[in-house]
Design a protein around this ligand. Structure first.
Ligand code: ZN
Length: 190
């Protein structure tokens, strides 16, 4: 038999959980095959076992948490994933936006990259940000310019992308991780 679960009446049952006297081969019993598309994984009316071998619809994958994520202890269902330049943004069904990264270090790298590009593309703006005196101090070799970039990196934890939040480990759903291409560990709420 290539199914473990059937529909009888309005309920699902494990094959062996059908009510006494109901034959699995009866016209009133409908097998649920693995190719059957459902909006939820069905639960046996009798024993409560959930069967997960069948196919889920897109809506079903959302219902079963394949698009869910837990941030700061709260569960969100993700509506969409978008990119803004180097940033990856998840939009939740209840209207929140989070910029997500695999780690804080990845967020800091993006900031450092941003300021390094600024230094090349708009040196005057960059000099104004740091202060010419200080820039000369570094230029004379009195200290490593990386110190400056480290200060910029610290902005990740100080509101650069928004409020820092923690993604609860292993809570990003399978579809969400596939879409992101990484397993998010940190999120910034905008
Ligand atoms: Zn059962």
């Amino acid at each position: 038999m290539n199914f473990d679960c059937v529909v009888y009446g309005c309920s699902h049952y494990c094959n062996e959980c059908l009510p006494d006297g109901v034959d699995i081969n009866s016209d009133e019993v409908f097998p649920v095959f693995s190719t059957t598309e459902l909006d939820y994984y069905p639960v046996c009316e009798e024993c409560g076992e959930q069967h997960t071998y069948m196919t889920l619809t897109t809506e079903g994958r959302r219902n079963e948490g394949f698009w869910d994520i837990e941030i700061d202890g709260k569960s969100y269902r993700v509506e969409d994933v978008t990119t803004e330049g180097d940033l990856t943004v998840i939009e939740t069904e209840d209207g929140y936006d989070f910029i997500v990264f695999e780690s804080l270090e990845d967020a800091e790298d993006i900031i450092e990259e941003h300021y390094k590009e600024l230094a090349v593309n708009d040196p005057q703006e960059f000099a104004a940000l740091i202060g010419v005196d200080r820039l000369v101090f570094y230029a004379l070799g009195n200290a490593d310019i990386q110190e400056v970039f480290n200060e910029f990196r610290n902005q990740a934890s100080n509101g650069y992308f928004g409020n820092e939040c923690t993604v609860t480990e292993d809570t990003a759903g399978e579809d969400l991780r596939d879409e992101l291409g990484f397993d998010p560990g940190i999120a910034f709420k905008r």
